[in-house]
Design a binder for this molecule. Structure first.
Ligand SMILES: [Zn+2]
Length: 397
């Protein structure tokens, strides 16, 4: 294998097909609030759990390197070689999110983003133009459908009014500024979605939600007949407009019941002729169901698997296992790279550099075994890192 193979691999720009806006906070972070960005743990002292994960230990070491380069100081390591979280967080807060993002995105060669604007909430999310400007990226937005519906409940006095509002928003999704949908049904009871529910059940579901809204409670679309019938309507629109639909699958939120978040539960949708115009992107490597996800993306013409090196929060070893399974099973034109970066530029960056190095080693091994040629390996990397998502999310339109 030529040395230039790894150089060429490094030079492929990244299109991150699943990420979120940075978060804007009124005051600087301390190490506790910083660490809480890198765990899905819930209840108890989550930052301690984060600090004890291999993911965070790696993140802190990588960030200490970059921060030392930026500041010219090497004071973030303790005598026994650990990274001092308080010092690290203070240093990165002094640099500031936007300048840090600029440097990290430059080093990682991240060019384009597909952004789910449903999280963080709008009052804490950065303006996307500011984010794109700071990171020198271009982007496409996705509409998180459950969150969008929750927002409509306040404006609708009846189920039929809700349908009208939803219809207006979805009849031309691109015209509203979105290039696809994102569903979190996997975190609201599971991925098995059927349009077959009685109107009575659905209207009852709406009335319960409206009651919650009127009494000032949090509006959370979790009633299954209502959720399933509404998101299915949205999927029909996406299909008619040939837009992709992302599904959160497996690890990604503490709300998930893993049993019901297995991607094989999506079979009905994948085989539904009414939805054949939409492509389905299965997020988070479908971890721990990455083999199931890889299989679905290998056999269905409309299924893609997301290869994420950011979230879930894994060690290099586990990410290698995931990448081996996915790249080893799914044709390369059905795999798309992501970080699931959110709130801070760190996850975008760590995912990018780890993803490049893991893919470099994996493909190098395939080349040295004579399994693929260098040209094949570069095509695989180009497709996964950039080209597939470029087409899928209409960057070429
Ligand atoms: Zn996400």
């Amino acid at each position: 294998m030529s040395a230039s193979f790894l150089e060429e691999l490094e030079s492929i720009p990244l299109l991150d097909n699943h990420c979120h806006p940075f978060e804007v906070l009124p005051s600087p972070r301390d190490s506790t609030s910083y660490l809480n960005n890198f765990t899905e743990a819930h209840g108890g002292s989550t930052h301690t759990k984060a600090a004890k994960s291999v993911f965070v230990l790696r993140l802190m070491r990588r960030m200490a390197e970059v921060i030392s380069l930026i500041t010219g100081k090497e004071t973030l390591t303790t005598q026994d070689g650990r990274i001092d979280a308080d010092l690290l967080v203070r240093a990165r807060e002094e640099i500031g999110d936007l300048y840090l993002a600029k440097r990290l995105f430059e080093v990682a060669n991240i060019r384009s983003l597909v952004i789910d604007t449903g999280f963080p909430p709008p009052d804490r999310a950065i303006d996307l133009e500011v984010m794109a400007d700071a990171t020198a990226t271009n982007y496409r937005k996705l509409l998180r459908i459950e969150t969008h519906i929750e927002g409509l409940v306040a404006k609708a006095n009846s189920y039929d009014e809700l349908l009208d509002l939803l219809e207006d928003d979805l009849v031309d999704i691109r015209d509203k500024g979105y290039w696809g949908l994102k569903s979190i049904a996997g975190y609201r009871g599971g991925l098995e979605i059927s349009p077959l529910h009685s109107r009575d059940e659905i209207v009852t579901g709406f009335n319960q939600l409206k009651k919650a809204e009127r009494s000032g409670e949090r509006v959370r679309l979790a009633n299954r007949p209502l959720l399933e019938s509404l998101v299915y309507r949205a999927f029909l629109h996406a299909s008619r407009q040939n837009l992709p639909i992302q599904f959160h699958v497996g690890y990604g939120d503490h709300d998930v019941n893993l049993d019901s978040a297995n991607p094989t539960k999506l079979r009905n949708l994948l085989e539904d002729p009414e939805l054949s115009g939409a492509n389905f992107v299965l997020l988070h490597n479908c971890w721990p169901f990455f083999r199931e996800g890889a299989f679905l993306a290998a056999i269905y013409p409309n299924a893609y698997i997301d290869l994420s090196f950011g979230i879930p929060f894994l060690s290099i070893d586990e990410m290698e296992t995931v990448a081996k399974a996915i790249v080893g099973t799914t044709p390369s034109n059905h795999i798309v790279y992501s970080s699931d970066g959110v709130r801070l530029p760190e996850i975008f960056y760590l995912s990018a550099i780890d993803g490049r190095s893991i893919m470099g080693e994996l493909l190098s091994k395939m080349i040295s075994r004579g399994e693929v040629g260098e040209g094949d390996a570069l095509t695989i990397a180009n497709e996964i890192f950039f080209e597939n998502a470029w087409k899928l999310y209409g960057f070429d339109e």
